[in-house]
Design a protein around this ligand. Structure first.
Ligand SMILES: Nc1ncnc2c1ncn2[C@@H]1O[C@H](COP(=O)(O)OP(=O)(O)OP(=O)(O)O)[C@@H](O)[C@H]1O
Ligand SMILES: NC(=O)c1ccc[n+]([C@@H]2O[C@H](COP(=O)(O)O)[C@@H](O)[C@H]2O)c1
Length: 174
């Protein structure tokens, strides 16, 4: 059985990693969708699809499961989004998500969806991590080591600080 799990992964953090670990127990192969693939260099979406591909690929290498990482751009039309995903991804039998819109769209398209409990959501949330990067706080302890290395390599914390200086007036950061 092949599973599919999509997120923006801005950045990929220990909550995502915990979810992947649980999914790996339920499927033989995994497709990880890099959502909003065209977005980068903003406060909400600082990292490029390629940077996120590296964060995810290097982090999941510790799990013993064949994994395909597929960037997927957003569409204007939610009603055809599942077809768009299916057109870009290896075929899958079950989707994993805790996002209500994603769950609804897959269920309407007849795809089985499995949810999992949120893992330490009080800190393991992309928004919280990005705020810590902007404020110079500790974000490194909340992401897998390989993801932290990718963020350091691309100067991610400096980038998000810099783009926040320029777009902070118009973006709330959520
Ligand atoms: N701590 C967590 N435990 C379990 N699942 C999580 C956790 N954080 C996010 N997820 C799930 O992972 C998927 C991808 O989430 P996403 O990339 O939007 O991360 P996020 O932490 O919610 O980020 P943001 O604050 O940027 O929206 C979603 O289904 C989301 O519900
Ligand atoms: N119409 C669309 O393009 C559409 C619909 C639902 C989800 N998505 C994407 O799927 C991803 C879902 O991941 P999150 O759970 O991280 O929000 C996001 O990148 C989101 O933009 C896109």
């Amino acid at each position: 059985m092949r599973g599919f799990y999509i997120g923006r992964f801005q950045p990929y953090h220990d909550g995502h990693h915990h979810m992947v670990e649980e999914i790996a127990d339920q499927v033989d192969e995994l497709v990880l969708g890099i959502g909003s693939a065209g977005d980068s260099h903003s406060r909400r979406n600082p990292f490029t699809a390629g940077e996120r591909v590296m964060m995810v690929t290097k982090s999941v290498a510790e799990f013993d499961i064949p994994t395909y990482v597929v960037p997927i751009e957003d569409l204007e039309r939610n009603s055809v989004w599942v077809s768009h995903v299916q057109s870009m991804s290896p075929a899958f039998d079950v989707a994993f998500s805790n996002n209500p819109l994603v769950i609804r769209l897959f269920e309407e398209a007849g795809v089985e969806v499995r949810q999992s409990p949120m893992f330490h959501r009080e800190v393991l949330e992309g928004t919280e991590l990005r705020e810590r990067m902007i404020d110079g706080g500790d974000w490194e302890s909340l992401v897998p080591d390989p993801a932290a290395a990718v963020i350091r390599e691309c100067g991610g914390d400096k980038r998000i600080q810099q783009v926040t200086d320029s777009d902070g007036a118009t973006h709330t950061g959520r």
